[in-house]
Design a protein around this ligand. Structure first.
Ligand code: ARG
Length: 279
């Protein structure tokens, strides 16, 4: 059974600005945020996922984005080392939850070095046996290689060149070991070539849909859940045999996040090669 970690938006809000989507003058409608989060939770549960809940913590408005808590590899959880001080208080809570639920939580290599920032599944996504790692905005390229060495997996680093697409999961979403969604404008030529050479089939997202967080999708089996505003991607997905569903997540877009950011797949993403290896 797919297992997904979520954290309710009890204390979600825009209390600081650490990405270009965030504006402390644009308040979150709390009631609407709760409605949107609950609708996503219900959709994922109805799709057959077991949803685990991490308690919200006052003063940590971005804890709701559980994707950033850690990178999950089998029973190991490589915790985040957040770049921005505003989110660093999340890690003790993530560590405690993951350890209490059977994971071996490890810090990313590099000691306390701020230069070795790493933002979990927001910047590290398996497609097949390869770990694709976004760097420059929030996570460090050398750090990603160290994590690959720790886990014994191949890492392909991808430089993120656009401030609006500051986490890899805002512009790249593996669907299966051979297929992924991506927004080419978030990568440089080299990154685009790496993706084209190493993913069997790439589904391109247009800029306006990428800005609606089309790539920030949650995949459960053949079902794909995204924010509203990406009908072109949904048509492409349906044509490839997927079942896309749109659900409004505008209150979370105000913080620079959407469907995928609000989830952490605990049993391995659908696209992770190791998931079916039986180990
Ligand atoms: N406000 C959060 C931040 O800037 C949003 C995180 C979105 N998470 C993600 N996996 N893309 O860190």
């Amino acid at each position: 059974m797919p297992r997904i970690l979520m954290c309710p938006p009890d204390f979600f809000g825009i209390e600081y600005e650490i990405n270009p989507w965030m504006n402390v003058q644009v308040a979150v409608d709390h009631t609407l945020a709760v409605e949107q989060w609950t609708a996503l939770h219900t959709l994922l549960r109805d799709a057959g996922a077991e949803i685990a809940l991490q308690p919200a913590v006052e003063g940590l408005p971005d804890l709701v984005f559980t994707a950033n808590a850690a990178l999950i590899y089998k029973q190991t959880a490589v915790l985040a080392r957040f770049k921005h001080q505003q989110r660093q208080g999340e890690t003790p809570h993530d560590r405690a939850w993951l350890e209490a639920h059977g994971f071996q939580a490890v810090d990313p290599p590099g000691g306390d070095e701020a230069a070795r920032a790493f933002e979990g599944a927001g910047d590290a996504l398996f497609c097949g046996d390869t770990l694709f790692a976004g760097y420059r905005k929030r996570s460090d390229a050398a750090g990603a290689q160290e994590i690959g060495a720790l886990l014994g997996v191949r890492v392909l680093p991808l430089e993120l060149v656009s401030d609006h697409f500051y986490h890899l999961d805002t512009c790249f979403c593996p669907l299966s070991p051979e297929e992924a969604i991506y927004y080419p404008g978030a990568f440089d030529d080299y990154g685009r070539r790496v993706l084209q050479a190493s993913v069997g089939k790439l589904i391109e997202v247009e800029e306006d849909e990428a800005r609606a967080f089309a790539c920030n999708a949650v995949v459960v089996g053949r079902r794909v859940f995204t924010n509203t505003g990406c009908p072109g991607l949904h048509d492409r997905l349906a044509g490839e045999g997927y079942q896309p569903t749109a659900t409004p997540l505008g209150e979370f877009v105000k913080a620079g996040g959407s469907a995928k950011c609000l989830t952490l797949r605990l049993d391995g993403e659908e696209a992770a090669g190791w998931r079916d290896s039986g180990s």
